[in-house]
Design a protein around this ligand. Structure first.
Ligand code: SF4
Length: 394
């Protein structure tokens, strides 16, 4: 285990060991840089990922029961929400994210679609949207394509290139074939084909075959909301973080909560101030800081890093940091079927439809998305009756 001293500046401090932080740590440490990754959550290992639904799963769809083992704890870090500046903000579990080494990639479904070309130029295509800061990306899909390919091959993504007629061009197929279809996928595929849509095997960050020393999926069924005890889910915890640690140049420092990015008298970033698990404050010095703390916590940390030189927070001369924050929304349709579907097995999603991915003014709203089919097994809070598995399209 590599350990660096707080006082000795390392080349980079990375804030957050999740989807982005894990990848950046691997890239920098394999290039020979000294890296400390400061993560507010714990460092779990495969043996910690038990099949304990009461511990890990949100059985009441409540953000306050279960599941906050792997995600942020709203009792400790409450969110508030208001619709307008004149309203009084009320407690609301608004933001939920993975809070452990590996971040959200530890407990996510594993859906691993690429963005489409149009996603990078939505403003040019559709014009302004009132109340938003909609803008084109400064890069195109073509600029990003080599990196999508690199990520798919390093993390281990299963899928079938060319199966989705709406997919953007790719320079290489997926490294692994798709996972086997399950009943929800068969039902979605049959129904979608009847309607003339184009279902295809879900690209998943889950190994369908052994890959780079890791085991293939054992189809245990404890997948979304759980960590994978087989290391088959291609989280950064199972894939790139071990590569970073193996270099001997990277220290992962869990249970460490960054409160401020510090700057020197000339306004140059020189480290991060963080609390350890005993609530002791430390300054980890660094030549540069990379903030990979997710869409909500990254702007929050920049805004909290105020100083006399930066009264609006860091990197915020535009005043736009934290403005127009938008989360990914999903709609849900439930159906109950006459036969058992055995949906308790395997991964969560095996078929996807992207016929409605693009915005369409005829729908009267901005945005589109993909449809997948997945089981919804839920206790009902006001009844002791356990509902049978449904299949939903999201
Ligand atoms: S279903 Fe497969 S990928 Fe998901 S947790 Fe089980 S073994 Fe891991």
């Amino acid at each position: 285990m590599t350990k660096f001293e707080d006082k000795r500046p390392v080349d980079f401090v990375i804030v957050g060991a999740g989807g982005a932080g894990g990848v950046v740590a691997k890239e920098l440490s394999t290039a020979g840089f000294q890296v400390v990754v400061v993560e507010q959550g714990p460092y779990f290992h495969e043996e910690d990922f038990t099949h304990d639904e009461l511990k890990f799963k949100d059985i009441f769809d409540s953000p306050f029961i279960g599941r906050e083992v792997l995600t942020n704890d709203h009792a400790l870090q409450p969110n508030t929400f208001r619709k307008t500046e004149s309203e009084k903000a009320a407690l609301a579990a608004f933001v939920q994210y993975g809070q452990c080494v590996g971040g959200g990639t530890v407990q996510f479904t594993g859906n691993y679609w690429r963005f489409h070309e149009v996603d990078f130029a939505e403003r040019s295509r559709w014009g302004p949207v009132e109340g938003t800061g909609l803008a084109d990306w400064p890069i195109t899909y073509a600029d990003l394509e080599p990196y999508y390919t690199k990520a798919e091959w390093e993390l281990g993504i299963s899928g079938l290139a060319g199966a989705n007629p709406f997919d953007p061009p790719r320079s290489k197929p997926y490294p692994l074939p798709p996972l086997p279809v399950k009943s929800s996928g068969v039902l979605l595929e049959r129904g979608a084909r009847k309607l003339g849509w184009h279902p295809y095997p879900a690209p998943l960050a889950i190994l369908s075959q052994p890959y780079q020393g890791r085991s293939a999926c054992a189809h245990c069924g404890f997948c979304e909301s759980f960590g994978c005890e087989w290391g088959a889910k291609s989280s950064t915890l199972a894939s790139v973080i071990p590569m970073a640690e193996k270099t001997g140049h990277c220290e992962i420092r869990p249970n460490s909560y960054v409160r401020k990015i510090s700057t020197d008298k000339n306004g140059r970033v020189d480290g991060v101030l963080y609390f350890d698990s005993q609530k002791q404050e430390h300054l980890q010095r660094a030549k540069a800081v990379v903030v990979c703390a997710n869409g909500a916590e990254t702007p929050r940390l920049l805004l909290m890093s105020k100083s006399n030189l930066y009264p609006q927070g860091l990197a915020n001369s535009s005043g736009l940091v934290g403005k127009f924050f938008m989360v990914d929304l999903g709609g849900l349709t439930l159906g109950t079927f006459e036969h058992p579907l055995n949906e308790f097995k395997s991964v969560r999603v095996t078929r996807v439809v992207q016929d409605f991915y693009d915005s369409d003014p005829k729908r009267g709203s901005y945005g589109g998305g993909g449809i997948d089919a997945r089981a919804q097994g839920k206790f009902q809070p006001y009844s002791d009756r356990f509902q049978p598995y449904h299949v939903s399209a999201t």
